[in-house]
Each structure stands twice: as structure tokens, then as C-alpha cells.
Design a protein around this ligand. Structure first.
Ligand code: PEP
Length: 259
């Protein structure tokens, strides 16, 4: 799929998880806004906590930076205390949403079945979904990585028409590499990304699969970003800890620019 890499604009998204108060979020957004002229060849997005999503969107969305929810419910409304709808994210200024992050899967009981409902709900609301998938350390040790990734993709895309799938972004995030300081080697990550693209091709056809951006996530830092992003099937990154500081986020995003 190397030949199609040019068709996919590099993309770097920061996931702030449960960090930053509103003032800190606005300060980051303003500082990033001042650096955007260095990053004009890379698509960027930030996933702030809900409490500061609107503030971040006010600053960054008009400048073309995506603003992502970290999760949302598939239903259009109802008695679901603590949840928000896709439309509520749009109303707050979001342009996309992270779905199936491993912390949601592991700590909050998010299932493949729920994700099969969430992807079409996000698309129907006009949000760009980033579907997060990845194997645990035990799955990798048992040689089950490829099967796990395929199962997560099949479930996530179960109710998405092939024609709509090109607007989905996939984030490959090996669970053992998230927030641990352990990073997949560029070769391990490329092998997983090539497998993901092959599974996507089987699900939605070669042409659409060649357009779907597949990001790597898991302890990406300024020091290792370039070698990961140089792999032919790695189209950018989903960044956790290193997305909390503007300097690091900008350095990582710069490493994704086409060379
Ligand atoms: C993440 O949570 O999506 C992530 C990749 O985290 P970190 O970069 O901190 O490993």
C-alpha cells in the first residue's frame, strides 16, 4: 500500500485524557495557534476533556485544527447519566470523536458491540471518528495480535457502509505501549499497520482502504516520532502524555510532515 501513502495527509492528534483545567486548556490552544504556520502540511486535532472542549474549539476549530470528544454514547438521548450524545459534542464545537480507546475498553467496559453502534452514530452526526484498536501484551505473547486487530475492525465497521468508511481514522494503539514508556519498534508498528490495511481492504475494498488513515499510538515522543512516522503504512500518531506540552506536541507533529 506504500504507493497510496501520498493520498493520505499526515495526521497527529493529542489525547489529553483527564488532564487540564479550562485556563490551562485555553493557554495551550492559544500557544498551539501561534505555531500553526510551522505545521501547515499536517492535519492536527486535540481531544480535550469535555469541560474545556468548547474553549479549545473556540480557538482552534476556526484555524482548521480538529477538536475531538474522548467518547460519546450512540443513542440520540435518554436516561444515561454521565454520558453525552454525538450531537452534544457537535454543539460544543467538536469535529470528531475518539471511540474505543483502550482505557475505555479496559476500565469502563466499552465493548465491540457498543462500538458497532457508535461509529455510525458519529458519522450520522457529522463527526470524524477515530476508532482505537490494539492488542494486550498477553495477546501479543500468544500470537493473537492479528486476530484481535481484525476482530476489533470488523466489529467497529459492522454498520458502516464502505462509501462512508474513508472518513474514519483508525488508531493502532498496542495496549502494552500506552502510557508505559514502551513503544512498539517501527518494524512492529509497520507490520501491524500493514495488517490493519489488509483487513480494511477485505472489509471496504482496496480503494477505500488506501484512503483510511491509520495512526500509531503508544508512548510516542519527540525522540521516536520520526522513525515511526517514516513507515509506509503509518500516517501519523495519536499522542497521550506528550500531547500535554505544546513544545512536545509541535515537535511530534513536525515529525509527521512529508519529507
Ligand atoms: C493514548 O492514550 O492514546 C496514548 C497513546 O497515550 P501515550 O502517548 O501516553 O502512551
Amino acid at each position: 500500500m506504500t504507493d497510496d501513502a501520498d493520498a493520505r495527509a499526515p495526521y497527529v492528534a493529542g489525547n489529553w485524557k483527564m488532564h487540564k483545567l479550562r485556563g490551562e486548556a485555553t493557554a495551550f490552544a492559544l500557544a498551539l495557534a501561534a505555531r500553526l504556520d510551522e505545521l501547515d502540511e499536517v492535519d492536527l486535532a486535540i481531544a480535550p476533556p469535555l469541560t474545556c472542549l468548547a474553549e479549545v474549539a473556540d480557538v482552534l476549530a476556526p484555524l482548521g485544527v480538529g477538536v475531538l470528544g474522548q467518547n460519546a454514547h450512540a443513542a440520540a438521548g435518554g436516561a444515561f447519566t454521565g454520558e453525552v450524545t454525538m450531537a452534544m459534542l457537535v454543539d460544543a464545537g467538536a469535529t470528531g470523536v475518539l471511540l474505543g480507546h483502550s482505557e475505555r475498553r479496559q476500565l469502563h467496559g466499552e465493548t465491540d458491540g457498543a462500538l458497532a453502534e457508535k461509529l455510525p452514530a458519529a458519522l450520522a452526526a457529522g463527526l470524524e471518528p477515530i476508532l482505537c484498536i490494539g492488542e494486550t501484551e498477553a495477546e501479543r505473547d500468544h500470537g493473537a495480535t492479528e486476530a484481535r486487530l481484525a476482530a476489533q475492525l470488523e466489529a467497529g465497521l459492522a454498520n458502516v457502509a464502505a462509501a462512508q468508511a474513508a472518513t474514519i481514522v483508525v488508531a493502532y494503539e498496542p495496549v502494552w505501549a500506552i502510557g508505559t514508556g514502551k513503544t512498539a519498534t517501527p518494524e512492529q508498528a509497520q507490520a501491524a499497520h500493514a495488517h490493519i490495511r489488509a483487513v480494511l481492504a477485505a472489509l471496504v475494498g482496496d480503494e477505500v482502504a488506501a484512503l483510511i488513515r491509520v495512526l500509531y499510538g503508544g508512548s510516542v515522543k519527540p525522540s521516536n516520532a520520526a522513525e515511526l512516522f517514516a513507515q509506509p503504512d503509518i500516517d501519523g500518531g495519536l499522542i497521550g502524555g506528550a500531547a500535554l506540552a505544546v513544545e512536545d506536541f509541535v515537535a511530534i507533529a513536525a515529525a509527521a510532515a512529508p519529507r
